[in-house]
Design a protein around this ligand. Structure first.
Ligand SMILES: O=C(O)CCC(=O)C(=O)O
Ligand SMILES: [Mn+2]
Length: 206
């Protein structure tokens, strides 16, 4: 837990990569996506316990969780429709930050209200870990926790604010990470508060 715990190599933090106008634009685009692929509440494998975070996706594939487990699938689990495409602004972000990787196939959309959190986990449901996971935060500040590639590795926490971008590449691609909590009333981007997190993922081997 020491403050001096280093970030894993391949971890990048780009503070306020998106300025306020870009954040508003991106949020409008995500609202459109959610108009056709509404947020729903996933359930934990086996137990069926509901997540505190609501989710949706865009892209050819979307990450879902239910009693049968975690997986990527081409359709929304509630509507049965294909996920909407990944917006151009997010594809450009990927190409800017990860020009050598094959394009992302999934963008998971997480919505946190002030009680939501996400336990420490690895992103490892993809067939390949060659490409990074790129994350964009919008709305209220979150306390993000990141450790190493083993669950027992020491962790450190940092705040993610609206417009911040995080890249989990290299060794950090399989680093344990999670969201401890939101810091309510820290952003005026969304009138009702809350936080949207977008994570771009390459799922299949190119
Ligand atoms: O909300 C975040 O910043 C992290 C989200 C995350 O780790 C995930 O969706 O796998
Ligand atoms: Mn994750």
């Amino acid at each position: 837990m020491a403050k001096s715990t280093p970030f894993p190599s391949g971890f990048q933090f780009l503070a306020e990569h998106f300025d306020r106008v870009q954040q508003e634009n991106l949020l409008d685009i995500i609202r459109d996506v959610l108009g056709s692929a509404p947020l729903y509440r996933p359930e934990m494998p086996r137990t069926g316990k509901p997540f505190s975070v609501r989710m949706s996706n865009c892209g050819a594939l979307g990450w879902v969780s239910d009693k049968d487990g975690y997986r990527y699938q081409p359709t929304h689990p509630v509507t049965g429709n294909p996920w909407p495409p990944i917006p151009e602004i997010l594809l450009s972000l990927w190409q800017e930050l990860s020009p050598d990787a094959a394009l992302p196939e999934a963008c998971l959309i997480n919505f946190y209200n002030e009680d939501a959190r996400m336990g420490l986990h690895q992103d490892r449901d993809e067939e390949t870990f060659d490409a990074p996971v790129i994350s964009v935060s919008l709305g209220d500040t979150a306390v993000f926790r990141i450790g190493g590639v083993e669950r027992k590795s020491p962790t450190r926490s940092m705040k993610l604010q609206s417009g911040d971008v995080v890249v989990l590449g290299g060794e950090a691609r399989l680093a344990f990470h999670g969201i401890d909590r939101l810091v309510p009333n820290t952003s005026t981007l969304m009138r009702q508060g809350g936080r949207v997190n977008l994570t771009l993922r390459r799922v299949t081997k190119p």
